[in-house]
Design a protein around this ligand. Structure first.
Ligand SMILES: Cc1cc2nc3c(=O)[nH]c(=O)nc-3n(C[C@H](O)[C@H](O)[C@H](O)COP(=O)(O)OP(=O)(O)OC[C@H]3O[C@@H](n4cnc5c(N)ncnc54)[C@H](O)[C@@H]3O)c2cc1C
Length: 337
């Protein structure tokens, strides 16, 4: 394995910042992963796993071997009267995989249509949208455990999935995911309770929606609300929705009657980070090359030649002002390098 040296990562991440990697290689198989890791050992270099870079913020040059995951393949491994089992390569494009399943009539991930990225990265932050999280359909994950130098097969409980979280995020850089096994439904139970989906179906006068109708509704909502990274650099939601105690929520509610939040247990609430940011006056604010997207305050955008450091600094200002106004500390969802 001979990596490419000193390569620009601008085309390989959705913020589109100009940054170079010292070494870069593509990973098409488990064998190519093993030889790339051998190379790192021999040359005493760290590695950085990259999918399609839609949840990465590069704030400095990458002095590591970038492993660009390209392992392909969608294989049906089993089928019952009600379910189909699929094994999918980490380098498959997530939305292509969703479209493939929707076309086949296999349900469970249609609400996750059009989320950018690869299949292998989907479990990292347990991607979610419109009331569905990917953990609901994941059965097993095949990964290389770089701590113990061995291949492991982890089941969904091992993966310790949470809200935008998992074992893979908690033990950063330990596991390199090569294959994800899914179980999808042949008689799908559609999840159309989310307000915006209902509204689109209503507008289109669709009373008995198909998987394709739901997927198309999600695609429509997303294209209207979120910036296209091919046109404006961004990584989707920059921050997580914060969890606060019931007491803290009740205190905030007295001063902010319309605060957007929902209970997640008897003692905790999840707040809409976008609402907090918007009510600090950030929505649509532009500073140089960087801005807070005018249609969705959760999204930080790079209008042109912004650097990762400028984006990070901008996010710090947002965190500080939300903390000052509401006493709530926002956590970044994006992976910072
Ligand atoms: C416009 C836009 C909208 C978005 N909307 C959503 C949304 O609705 N819901 C949501 O959850 N996310 C959303 N995201 C975030 C992003 O799409 C997801 O986090 C996606 O899973 C990232 O995939 P990726 O292949 O681009 O990963 P990358 O950005 O390349 O990597 C993300 C992290 O995962 C690690 N990683 C990647 N692949 C592997 C692997 N095979 N093994 C081990 N580690 C790996 C990387 O090291 C990094 O830490 C959005 C992003 C954009 C740009």
């Amino acid at each position: 394995m001979t990596p490419t040296q000193n390569i620009s990562l601008k085309p390989f991440h959705s913020f589109g910042c100009e940054v170079n990697a010292a070494y870069f290689t593509t990973i098409e198989s488990s064998q190519s992963l093993e030889s790339a890791l051998d190379w790192c050992k021999q040359h005493n270099k760290p590695f950085l796993v990259l999918g399609s870079g839609s949840n990465m913020l590069f704030t400095k040059q990458v002095d590591a071997l970038v492993l660009k995951m390209e392992i392909k393949g969608i294989q049906k491994t089993n089928e019952t009267a009600s379910a189909v089992y699929l094994s999918v390569g980490a380098g498959e494009n997530w939305h292509h995989f969703v479209s493939y399943c929707v076309q086949k009539g296999w349900g469970g991930i249609e609400n996750l249509s059009l989320i950018p990225g690869t299949v292998g990265a989907a479990p990292i932050q347990n991607i979610g949208a419109y009331g569905v999280e990917v953990k609901e359909t994941i059965e097993n994950i095949t990964a290389y455990d770089t701590h113990n130098g061995e291949w492991v097969k982890l089941n969904k409980l091992d993966c310790d999935f949470g809200y935008r979280n998992s074992l893979f995020k908690k033990e950063k850089n330990r596991y390199i995911i090569c294959k994800v096994d899914f179980c999808l439904q042949k008689q799908p139970k559609l999840r159309i309770d989310y307000g915006a989906i209902r509204e689109v179906l209503h507008q289109k006068e669709i009373q008995n929606p198909s998987l394709e109708d739901v997927s198309n509704a999600v695609i429509l909502i997303r294209t209207q609300k979120l910036p296209d990274p091919k046109k404006i650099g961004n990584a989707g939601s920059f921050f997580k929705n914060p969890t606060i105690s019931k007491e803290q929520f009740e205190a905030l509610k007295i001063k902010n009657d319309d605060i957007m939040a929902f209970p997640i247990s008897d003692i905790a609430y999840k707040l809409a980070a976008g609402w907090l940011i918007e009510h600090c006056g950030w929505k649509g604010v532009k500073k140089g090359n960087i801005g807070c997207y005018e249609k969705q305050a959760l999204v930080i955008v790079n209008y042109g030649n912004g650097t990762g450091q400028e984006i990070l600094d901008f996010s710090k200002e947002i965190i500080q002002s939300v903390l000052e106004k509401f006493g709530v500390e926002l956590e970044r969802e994006v992976n910072i390098y």
